[in-house]
Design a protein around this ligand. Structure first.
Ligand code: FEO
Length: 170
């Protein structure tokens, strides 16, 4: 049974994950307006993944006798100056999420909630990947800065990404 304290913290994190989807859709919209369909597609896939992250918290809360509480989600930024700024902000957001997951894990350890620790372990691993992928694209963008052809090649590369639904129900 999820404690009230963890339940509230999980609901808060569920909101952060759904906000992430909202943020990445806003970024997809920006790229669409910049005629960079590959970048836009990459961000849409990222948004879909974030929805599954939110669902993990939703499902875990339900399955452990907790009560879900869908909190208000603030509007994300919609205007960006460049692709570099987008990925800079994306990386900063992922670092924020990583810190929140770390706080949740500390809380679950303190409460000796082993089931919560297992579900959070998945997120700890996921956050390493999330930060790495944003960081890598940011580095590539900085490398091709000012080179329109390089940007188009990167757009093609990012357009290859496809959404892969979780192998097992989340
Ligand atoms: Fe679900 Fe990208 O953190």
């Amino acid at each position: 049974m999820l404690s009230k304290k963890l339940q509230d913290a999980f609901n808060e994190q569920m909101k952060n994950e759904f906000y992430s989807a909202y943020l990445y859709m806003a970024m997809a919209g920006y790229f669409q307006s910049e005629d960079l369909p590959g970048f836009a597609s990459w961000m849409r896939v990222q948004a879909l993944e974030e929805m599954t992250h939110g669902e993990r918290f939703f499902n875990f809360t339900c399955n452990t006798g907790g009560r879900t509480n869908l909190l208000p989600i603030e509007g994300p930024p919609n205007d960006f100056k460049s692709a570099i700024e987008v990925f800079d902000q994306g990386l900063a957001h992922e670092k924020f999420v990583t810190s929140r997951i770390g706080n949740l894990m500390d809380m679950a350890i303190q409460e000796r909630d082993h089931a919560a620790q297992i579900v959070l372990q998945w997120f700890v691993t996921e956050q390493v990947e999330e930060e790495a992928s944003f960081s890598l694209i940011l580095k590539k963008l900085k490398r091709v800065e000012g080179d329109g052809r390089g940007l188009l090649l990167l757009d093609q590369e990012l357009g290859q990404r496809v959404f892969v639904p979780p192998a097992q129900p989340v």
